[in-house]
Design a protein around this ligand. Structure first.
Ligand code: AKG
Length: 303
């Protein structure tokens, strides 16, 4: 686990800066831990003020933006539609962390970037569509290094329902429910980085959640209800009544500039063609200054 220092400006959000440690030819501890366990936690990447600010931005955006899904609200490719989120994710603070993971290679942003509030998620990995998932070869490939950085914008204790759960080392084995799960305890402002192949789960749907969803799936079409919206609204009433605080997070996928990352991103680009909104000139300049090409998913397909 690592602590960060310094101050840097990321547009509206002021976020602390930190420099990548750079000893050529060596694998740093973060890289070692990611390779072996499939996840790491980096402590205190953001100050409480930055967390508060990003949480406010995310909640404000998702009040009217995003899609009703999984019992909450969700925005795919958020950096293309929410400038503050793009500025945060491309701030020196975040990019320096990513560089520590990808060095000696440059960082590649695949373009996958999600913003969510109060969604549920059961056990899964993030490579079901990858062509090498079918024969399982992706799970034995130690050169595959595509990761997600996750910022949960509230404290999440080890045993809390809201905590991100992983099965350590499952990134090299596939979906293996025999491996013991681990709840990743974090404070708001910590970053979790996990291999996209690792088996993980967020806030699991409860029995009430599953019953509600089934109910709305049954009556929704009869009553001409938007099933997802009705499910999210019902959960939000329950959360309010039980005074459960909102669970907000932002995610971005990245990897080193190598064939595996490009092939992962290419597959995503074919599944999500043309999602590109506009990255501002400031964000593109910041990426160029860090030797990072514009994110791949979202680029218009040439055919
Ligand atoms: O909701 C969560 O915490 C899990 C998010 C997740 O599964 C993902 O980003 O792939």
């Amino acid at each position: 686990m690592v602590n960060s220092t310094g101050v840097n400006s990321a547009g509206g959000l002021q976020v602390p800066a930190s420099r990548p440690s750079n000893v050529p030819g060596t694998i740093n501890q973060l890289q070692k831990d990611l390779n072996s366990d499939g996840y790491i936690i980096i402590k205190d990447v953001l100050t409480p003020e930055h967390v508060e600010s990003l949480r406010r931005v995310a909640k404000h955006y998702l009040r009217s933006g995003g899609t009703y899904l999984y019992g909450g609200k969700f925005q795919l490719h958020a950096m293309y539609v929410a400038e503050e989120v793009a500025k945060f994710l491309t701030s020196d603070t975040v990019l320096n962390r990513l560089k520590e993971i990808t060095r000696p290679l440059d960082v590649v942003l695949t373009g996958e970037c999600d913003l969510m509030i109060n969604t549920t998620s059961s056990w899964h990995h993030d490579v079901p569509h990858h062509r090498r998932c079918t024969d399982g070869s992706i799970f034995s490939d130690e050169s595959f290094r595509v990761y997600k950085i996750a910022f949960y914008l509230q404290d999440q204790g080890e045993n809390s329902d809201a905590t991100l759960k992983v099965r350590p080392r499952s990134h090299l084995k596939g979906l293996v429910q025999s491996l013991p799960p681990k709840g990743l305890a974090i404070r708001a402002g910590d970053a979790i980085i996990f291999d996209v192949r690792i088996e993980h789960a967020g806030q699991m749907p409860t029995l009430v959640d599953r019953s509600l969803r089934k109910f709305f799936e049954r009556v929704g079409p009869l009553l001409r209800l938007d099933v997802q919206k009705a499910f999210t609204s019902a959960r939000s009433i329950i959360r309010r009544l039980s005074r459960t605080p909102d669970r907000v997070a932002v995610f971005m996928t990245f990897g080193p500039s190598d064939a595996e990352t490009y092939s992962y991103a290419e597959e995503g680009r074919h599944r999500h063609p043309g999602v590109r909104g506009a990255l501002s000139a400031d964000v593109l300049r910041q990426l160029a200054a860090n030797n990072i090409v514009p994110p791949i998913i979202g680029m218009p397909l040439s055919h």
